[in-house]
Structure formats: structure tokens, C-alpha cells
Design a protein around this ligand. Structure first.
Ligand code: SF4
Ligand code: MG
Length: 327
């Protein structure tokens, strides 16, 4: 019939998405209260998928993702609702995540009611949420619609709404990359301040490794669905070990900038395309683009190896397999 090809297309898309989720593999990630973990990679690396797995919008993949030492395995029913309020997402585009026909008051009141039917003073709770994100005085913002706010104010409302659930963790997916450069730092500083005052765990997803150094305690670098390097942010960004991390840092126009509107690797793919997550390359997934590629790289999947004398700093790259090199 007329509708069949359309339906098949939808099914193919779903299958492709499903396969791509499964290609996000061997992800080990632990969020802890009071700490920011940055997940850095190009678009299409699977970093947003990791956040969605953590928020349980997608089924979990290989590896283990933990929240304060507790595995985030599939939860259902009442257990899922409890988990969902513990973990809140903040998206890249605050305009798309707020409903244009509703006011700030509606968005925040709804978050408070969904997550906590405690019948407290709603007006006081609304004012407290707006004050937390520095939208003061609250009465100036409560009855505004999203289009009456600036991009930065909208993202602050989205953050306030997430706080309405009284979460333990915020999953922030490129939270400043669509904002004006001049206000990005303010929003990151707000998140850092909230992390400290509310003892939140934050997963900060970004393609901008310079901002990871500024904002995160720990940095994990992702390539084609796998984590390729990780450790203390200072160590990973100052002494990067994996050839992909080095490429990311070298291609950033200015290491001290705090941006995110351009992705140098996406603008100039002099080093080739990032691979498809559906049919990732064999062995090391970076081998078709790697300037240091060796024969074994196209067949053997690299294991995580400790780097130098920095405890906790690792890379999944055969360059650091000193035992193997002597064989
Ligand atoms: Fe390059 Fe080989 Fe290391 Fe992969 S394992 S990053 S291909 S040197
Ligand atoms: Mg994304």
C-alpha cells in the first residue's frame, strides 16, 4: 500500500538507532556527588547516548555506568520513577526544551508537582528555584513566556526546572554550546556553584575539550562509541596520551577559549570522517585516522593502559603497551 514504504523507513531508522546505541560499548563511568565528569567527543561519538542511557531513556549498553557507586541498571515502575527524579537532564537548546505556550511559572510548578506532591508553599518554592539560578527578583520572571527571555535566561529556567526534581545528578548535554559566547562562562559557573551548594554530581557533555579542563574534575574522551582516554582533567588536557585526544587539542584554535560553536574537526575533516557507529572500524576504531597507526591496530581492540606516573590516567591505545612492544 501507499503507507508501507514510509512505515518501513521508520522501522529502518529505529533499527539503525538501536544499532548505534549498541555500538556505544564498554562505557565505564562513575558520577559522584560534588564532582563534574566531562565526556568529550565529536558529534556522532555516542556521548549523548551515554547520557540517555544514564537517564534510562535508552537501554543500557556494555560497560557499567554508576551513580555514587551504585550501578544504574534497568529499573521499572516505582523504582524507575524514583530513579528518574534523581537524575535530571539539561539539553543543548533551552528553547526547544521549554514549551513556548507556557510560562516560567507553569514549567517550574509542573516539575515541583510531578516530583514532589508535598503540598508545601508553591510560591515560596518557585521563588527559591529562580533565586537558585540567579533570576531575581523571581516575580520579574515567573509570568514570562520562553520567547520573552534571552537564551541564557531560558537555559537558567531549564536548570531551575531540573532542580525542581531535587536531583542528585545533572546530565548536561552541551548546555552552553548554543548560547552566546559572552554568557557561556556565567552558565558554567552557575552549574559549578549549584554542584557545590547542593552537592550534585554533574555529567558535562561537550565537544570542547578546553571547557572540560576549566569545568570538570575528571575528563573522559570518547571516539566512535568507545572511551579512549580518561583521568584527572588537568592530566588529560595537559598531557594527552591518546592520538585522538591530541588531535582534539591541536585542532582547537585557542586552548584558553571557552566556546563550542564550532567544532574544528567537523569543519575541516583533513584527517577523515568520524566513522559510522553502525559499522565501526575493526581493532582500534580510530585506526583509519590515526597518524601513529601500527599493523596490530587494525585487528586488535586496544585495552586500557595506565599512562606514566599519573594515577588514574589511562588510554586505550597500543602505543602504551610496553610489554607488547618488547615481544
Ligand atoms: Fe592509533 Fe593504534 Fe593507538 Fe589506535 S591503538 S590510537 S590506531 S596507535
Ligand atoms: Mg549530541
Amino acid at each position: 500500500t501507499k503507507h508501507f514504504p514510509v512505515r518501513r523507513k521508520v522501522r529502518d531508522l529505529f533499527t539503525r538507532k538501536h544499532d548505534a546505541v549498541h555500538a556505544v560499548d564498554d562505557v565505564h563511568l562513575t558520577l559522584r556527588r560534588g564532582k563534574v565528569v566531562a565526556l568529550v567527543g565529536e558529534s556522532g561519538s555516542g556521548k549523548s547516548t551515554v547520557a540517555r542511557v544514564l537517564a534510562q531513556l535508552y537501554p543500557r549498553t556494555g560497560g557499567d555506568i554508576q551513580l555514587h557507586g551504585e550501578s544504574t541498571r534497568v529499573k521499572a515502575g516505582r523504582q524507575f520513577r524514583g530513579y528518574a527524579s534523581r537524575v535530571q537532564m539539561i539539553f543543548q537548546d533551552p528553547f526547544a526544551s521549554l514549551n513556548p505556550v507556557h510560562t516560567v511559572r507553569y514549567h517550574l510548578a509542573r516539575a515541583l508537582r510531578i516530583h514532589h506532591n508535598d503540598g508545601g508553599d508553591l510560591e515560596a518554592a518557585l521563588a527559591e528555584l529562580l533565586t537558585r539560578v540567579s533570576l531575581t527578583p523571581p516575580e520579574r520572571y515567573l509570568d514570562k513566556f520562553p520567547h520573552e527571555l534571552s537564551g541564557g535566561q531560558r537555559q537558567r529556567v531549564a536548570i531551575a526546572r531540573a532542580l525542581g526534581a531535587r536531583p542528585e545528578a545533572l546530565l548536561a548535554d552541551e548546555p552552553v554550546s548554543m548560547l552566546d559566547v559572552s554568557i557561556r562562562l556565567g552558565v558554567l559557573n552557575l552549574l559549578r556553584d549549584l554542584k557545590e551548594r547542593l552537592n550534585l554530581a554533574i555529567l558535562y557533555i561537550t565537544h570542547d575539550i578546553a571547557s572540560a579542563r576549566y569545568f570538570a574534575d575528571e575528563t573522559l574522551v570518547m571516539y566512535a562509541g568507545r572511551m579512549v582516554e580518561g583521568g584527572d582533567s588537568e592530566s588529560v588536557t595537559q598531557t594527552p596520551a591518546h592520538p585522538y585526544t591530541r588531535l582534539l587539542i591541536d585542532s582547537a584554535p585557542d586552548p584558553d577559549r571557552l566556546t563550542g560553536d564550532t567544532d574544528p574537526l567537523e569543519e575541516d575533516r583533513g584527517n577523515g570522517e568520524p566513522p559510522s557507529l553502525i559499522h565501526p572500524p575493526t581493532g582500534c576504531r580510530f585506526h583509519p585516522r590515526c597518524p601513529a597507526v601500527m599493523p596490530r591496530c587494525s585487528t586488535d581492540l586496544p585495552v586500557r593502559l595506565e599512562i606514566g606516573d599519573k594515577p588514574g590516567h589511562w588510554a586505550a591505545c597500543w602505543l602504551y603497551d610496553t610489554a607488547g612492544a618488547e615481544k
